[in-house]
Design a protein around this ligand. Structure first.
Ligand code: ATP
Ligand code: ATP
Length: 153
């Protein structure tokens, strides 16, 4: 039965839109660019267990960088480095995809970019008085795609 699920998943995941497999932004653990990497913040990061933390400015729909937890081995918490400086130094690029991109497309892109996480963003043009702007809707990782392939969600 498990094998059958994996077969079905392997055949259908490719056409599943990202928006159906992503972690929505309101359930994504993020940090603000103006926060500092203090003992307290680093403790919170380790407690979440996540390896990749999206960094936002002003609002969570505005992702300006990604913090890789493994990069924290270079920092001294006593320095209380601002996250803004940290992401400037490490400069990890943020992959972006559309909610209607398919998992097949996103898997190919993540493989090409050697990255495990992409931010799912859309254009917000609801307000005619305002210029359209990008809005982060969620994140998608290789793990989310693998889950679809193995058919366990
Ligand atoms: P790794 O296994 O490489 O250490 P991880 O455990 O941090 O990574 P993934 O395995 O890539 O995360 O993803 C597991 C699930 O957690 C996925 O559903 C993914 O969308 C979600 N996820 C990853 N990072 C975050 C985050 N910062 N906040 C909330 N959910 C996240
Ligand atoms: P993450 O993206 O979660 O930080 P990572 O960068 O440590 O992970 P992967 O994303 O698993 O590593 O791999 C990215 C690419 O780098 C792959 O092509 C992998 O083969 C290569 N790679 C990873 N670790 C090493 C290593 N120690 N030596 C050589 N190549 C590596």
């Amino acid at each position: 039965q498990e094998a059958a699920n994996a077969m079905t998943g392997a055949l259908t995941y490719k056409n599943v839109p990202v928006k159906d497999a992503m972690t929505p932004i309101d359930r994504t653990f993020m940090l603000g660019v103006d926060e500092k990497l203090s003992f307290e913040t680093i403790g919170i990061i380790f407690k979440t267990g996540y390896s990749r933390i999206p960094i936002y400015e002003i609002s969570k729909s505005n992702v300006v960088g990604i913090l890789l937890v493994k990069d924290l081995i270079f920092i001294d918490p006593e320095d209380e480095i601002p996250i803004r400086s940290f992401i400037q130094i490490f400069g990890r690029s943020v992959h972006a995809v559309w909610p209607d991109d398919t998992l097949g497309e996103v898997l190919a892109e993540l493989k090409k970019g050697r990255s495990h996480l992409a931010v799912v963003r859309d254009v917000n043009n609801e307000d005619a008085a305002q210029d359209p702007f990008y809005e982060a809707k969620g994140i998608i990782t290789l793990e989310d795609i693998v889950e679809r392939i193995l058919g366990d969600s």
